[in-house]
Design a protein around this ligand. Structure first.
Ligand code: HEC
Length: 148
């Protein structure tokens, strides 16, 4: 009797795990193509957008004004500033900015989420990115963070 109860409990837990992982699959776009870097750059970086990352990040690297992340004014320099780069800022130093295929290890995505693991949420002083904008960044990293 006792073993039976334990078995049933295990089975119930397994069902919950399956449901959770199925929900996880559904949320990764459901067949949506991954975001591209062109899309990310155009939505976030030009000073004319709401996010205005370049308002601060196109300036020369400085710990105070941009956490040493200088993305320049064009897409090529923004890409170069993010890929294969480890943060040197006083608040997030040591963390890699973009780890291709691993959104959960990428500071670039972390800083855009509600509660980043270090420093302030970006865009600093601006409105948080929407779920769908975050998804563009996340899916782009997960697909290998190509210069596309
Ligand atoms: C008003 C100025 C300002 C704006 C606008 C801004 N940032 Fe920042 N950003 C900073 C400052 C200052 C830091 C360093 C302090 C910190 O980490 O909180 C920083 C740090 C970062 C870092 C970590 C850099 C590192 O190497 O540690 C990332 C990534 C980042 N910002 C991305 C963005 C993105 C993407 C946007 C646009 C969606 C954005 N920021 C908009 C000022 C800004």
């Amino acid at each position: 009797m006792r073993t039976l109860r334990i078995k049933l409990r295990l089975r119930a837990r397994h069902a919950v795990l399956l449901a959770v992982s199925a929900a996880g699959c559904g949320s990764d776009g459901g067949g949506e193509p991954p975001g591209t870097f062109t899309e990310i750059f155009e939505t976030l970086f030009p000073p004319t957008t709401n996010a205005r990352c370049n308002f601060c990040h196109s300036m020369p690297a400085s710990d105070i004004s941009n956490g040493n992340l200088s993305t320049g004014m064009d897409q090529a320099s923004a890409y170069a500033a993010l890929i294969d780069v480890v943060s040197t800022s006083s608040r997030c130093g040591g963390k890699p900015l973009v780890v291709p295929f691993h959104p959960e290890e990428s500071l670039f995505l972390d800083k855009l989420m509600g509660k980043p693991t270090c420093g302030d949420r970006m865009p600093l002083g601006g409105m948080a990115l929407s779920e769908s904008e975050l998804e563009v960044v996340r899916s782009w990293i997960e697909a290998g963070a190509k210069d596309d």
